[in-house]
Design a protein around this ligand. Structure first.
Ligand code: C2E
Ligand code: CA
Ligand code: CA
Length: 736
């Protein structure tokens, strides 16, 4: 870098003088250009700006070497034409007769075909300098490994002759040689100083440093094959070269080396301004992103506004018919198992209110009604809309009577007394029709149809001349209320002990001993009294709550087993697993594993009953779960065998420990003889397959004897024991 600066200083101090000189030389050159003379074709390389290169604008060959040669040749009476040499090296170019002479040479060399050559006097002394990566101390040239360009092979030969120990590698291009330098393949690169002054302007090369101490001076001569014609040309040229003054030389050199010849290409800009460009692009992208988001948010805002106009009632701020319909559709899809009713409410004689008390009074009443209702509803899963004039539609969860009365107190009474509370003697009457949604309404959602049905009930109220409410489908209301009572009371029932676990003993009819028990739940409901599983299991499954109940039952069973273990009674209990419990992310096997660890049980104490039909519905997950449970040591039983359509198929596919054959399903079929044939054959098959088997639903001694006679000893049924509370089961086992 330092030497570049020295060079610049020299340039500026000489600039004045040179400009003057140049002014005096230039017209001479220009004048001689016009001179006619003998033609002389000079072959030159064009890849080493500023010595020889193609001018970007004029496309002519130009450079220091060209200008000096032209002056010398014209001094000798020639009219020169420069031609770019197409050959790979000067040696080859010597053999090409289309050039009269070629250049530049350090000394005479043989042509590629072996012809001797002759060279002219020296046109100028060209400095060759070394370039390294960073500023580093170099050993003497004799011990160096330097890189040069292939096109400088002639110079390389001269250098080798001069410095016997030097090692030179030749490269096809500048960038290849720079790569070699950077990778440490060579110690330095050697090239014409003028070329360096040009090449090092490339931004990507700013790590390269000129080593001025190691400068070599090379001759710069014209050459041609040694023939009579060649000798004649060289002799004439020598005269012209002699006439070349040092001032002329320096003027030309300085002219080219002080010009900003290097032109940035795309990659140079990228290198130089990469970060700026990157930041610019980033900025543009950011701006685009911000702009799109802005556009989006404006559009969203606009859509929202439109939606408000479309879906909301401007007077009360609640939904209008359109909005209410959409909201109800969404809610029914979101909560497909919730017990809901839909009511249609109408003010009797609203027209009279508007006429006698004024339109504004009517509006105030409507606004008040909407506000009161909204306060009372859950915005999350209920909805209200003013669907036209004085008609309000409400989608509401079925609640208990008390809650209904609360609604009456909080909404209906204040609305009815709206004007009375203002000191006006007018009591409002509201007529409501209620439609209770059925499971079908969730599958095929038709809000208008449901509203029509509610309207039918409302009409009945209106015709009765009293303000009240009526159901379109009262039986459904009772059902809905029961569902609501099951769903709503489950958490507190689990907490308070209203749900109990009963045990039904399982026996070996042969040995007359109790071999285990099945855990079955019973619910002593606060409102509904004793409930049997058939009254609530399906509802809990539909509401997605069965897992809560089952977890409670399983834990209670584990607690009992733990207690019995402490008393030295190692028992086993069968528990029911609903098909809905088995879901990928619940990991039932891990759940049971945790339970037995918590209560210090062994896995064989837990028998897990999975109903046969569950396997038919989702075979792969169930089979995987079953395999996992069994690998952990739990006993898996296929419950209700014989109830499904694919029992025999299941038998083959599913790896379980025990089959639980339900006599119910088989005896339902009618002909008792046929049932016996089926049971006999199923039993034989299960025995032959080496599986365990228990028959449940055994109600008579005949059934028990028959089962024994066909080889099924394990039984469960009312004939032996009904399900009993744990206390009774404890007492029973004491007696046995
Ligand atoms: P299940 O698993 O097939 O249970 C056997 C049912 O048959 C029990 O009815 C039991 O009381 C009844 N039973 C036993 N012996 C006889 C008999 O000789 N004759 C007649 N007619 N019935 C008999 P329960 O307790 O009402 O349970 C009904 C169903 O509810 C069970 O059928 C089971 O699928 C389900 N369940 C019961 N408890 C639970 C539980 O904790 N979780 C789950 N997920 N389901 C349960
Ligand atoms: Ca069962
Ligand atoms: Ca069963």
């Amino acid at each position: 870098m330092g030497e570049k600066r020295v060079l610049k200083k020299m340039i500026s101090s000489l600039l004045c003088m040179i400009v003057l000189l140049f002014i005096s030389v230039a017209p001479a050159v220009a004048a001689s250009n016009e001179q006619s003379g003998e033609p002389l074709t000079v072959g030159v390389p064009v890849d080493r700006c500023p010595v020889f290169y193609l001018d970007a604008e004029t496309k002519e060959i130009t450079g220091i070497g060209v200008d000096l040669m032209r002056i010398a040749a014209e001094n000798a009476g020639y009219r020169v034409t420069f031609k770019a040499i197409a050959e790979k090296s000067l040696k080859e170019a010597l053999d090409n007769p289309s050039y009269d002479v070629v250049m530049p040479f350090g000394s005479a060399i043989e042509s590629a075909s072996g012809k001797p050559s002759i060279v002219s006097e020296n046109i100028m002394l060209t400095p060759f300098t070394l370039v390294t990566v960073g500023d580093r101390k170099l050993p003497p040239l004799n011990n160096l490994h330097v890189g040069m360009l292939q096109s400088n092979a002639g110079v390389a030969e001269t250098v080798r002759r001069r410095y016997s120990g030097i090692k030179i590698s030749l490269y096809e291009s500048m960038s290849e040689s720079v790569d070699a330098l950077r990778s440490g393949e060579v110690d330095a690169l050697l090239n014409n100083s003028y070329v360096w002054s040009y090449v090092l302007q490339k931004p990507a090369y700013n790590d390269l440093v000129v080593q001025p101490e190691a400068m070599l001076l090379m001759d710069f001569r014209v050459g041609t094959v040694d023939t009579a014609k060649g000798q004649m040309i060289i002799t004439r040229l020598n005269d012209g070269i002699k006439a070349l003054s040092d001032t002329q030389r320096q003027a030309v050199i300085l002219d080219y080396t002080s010009r900003k010849l290097y032109q940035y290409d795309f990659y140079d800009y990228l290198y130089q301004y990469g970060l700026v460009v990157f930041m610019g692009v980033l900025l543009i992208i950011t701006l685009i992103v911000i702009a799109t988001q802005k556009v989006r948010s404006v559009r969203k805002w606009h859509d929202e506004k439109m939606r408000q106009v479309m879906d909301y009632d401007s007077l009360t701020g609640g939904y209008n018919m359109n909005g209410f319909r959409k909201r109800v559709e969404t809610l029914l899809r979101t909560y497909p198992d919730a017990p809901y009713f839909l009511s249609y409410n109408n003010i009797r004689g609203f027209k009279y209110i508007n006429d006698s008390l004024g339109r504004q009074a009517g509006d105030e009443l409507l606004k008040f009604w909407m506000a009161r209702s909204k306060e009372n509803l859950s915005e999350e899963d209920e909805a209200i809309g003013r669907i036209d004039a004085d008609h309000f539609a409400v989608l509401r969860h079925i609640v208990e009577e008390e809650r209904m009365r609360e609604d009456e107190k909080n909404v209906f009474n204040p609305v009815q007394n709206f004007f009375i509370n203002q000191g006006r003697d007018y009591r409002i009457q509201i007529c409501s029709g209620i439609y209770v949604l059925t499971p079908k309404d969730f599958r095929n959602i038709d809000v208008d149809h449901m509203l029509d049905l509610a309207r039918v009930a409302e009409k009945r109220v209106r015709d009765s001349r009293k303000g009240a409410f009526e159901f379109y489908n009262p039986e459904q209301w009772d059902k809905g209320k029961k569902i609501a009572q099951i769903i709503n009371y489950l958490p507190s029932a689990i907490q308070s002990g209203d749900i109990q676990v009963w045990y039904q003993p399982q026996v070996n009819y042969d040995t007359k001993s109790v071999i285990g028990a099945e855990a079955l739940c019973r619910w002593d409901h606060t409102k509904l009294g004793w409930l049997y599983p058939f009254e609530f299991i399906a509802t809990l499954e539909e509401a997605g709550l069965i897992f809560d109940l089952d977890c409670f039952v399983w834990e209670r069973v584990c607690q009992d087993l733990h207690r019995w273990n402490e008393q030295g009674k190692h028992r086993s209990v069968s528990v029911n697993v609903s098909r809905d419990d088995i879901q990928e992310d619940r990991d039932i096997p891990a759940h049971f594993q945790n339970l037995i660890q918590t209560y210090s049980l062994t896995p064989d104490q837990i028998h897990i009953e999975i109903t046969e039909t569950a396997y038919a519905e989702n075979p792969s997950l169930l089979i995987r779960t079953t395999e996992k449970l069994r690998s952990l040591g739990f006993q898996v039983e296929m419950d209700d065998f014989g109830s499904g359509y694919s029992s025999l198929h299941m038998l083959k596919e599913v790896p379980v420990d025990r089959i639980k054959l339900d006599l119910h399903f088989l005896s339902e079929s009618g002909d008792p003889e046929k049932s016996r044939i089926i049971v006999r054959n199923i039993t034989r098959m299960i025995n032959e397959m080496g599986m365990n088997m228990i028959a449940e639903g055994v109600e008579t001694v005949e059934q028990a004897d028959f089962l024994k006679s066909i080889g099924c000893d394990q039984m469960q049924g009312y004939y032996f024991y009904k399900p009993m509370p744990v206390k009774e089961y404890d007492d029973l086992s004491e007696k046995l």
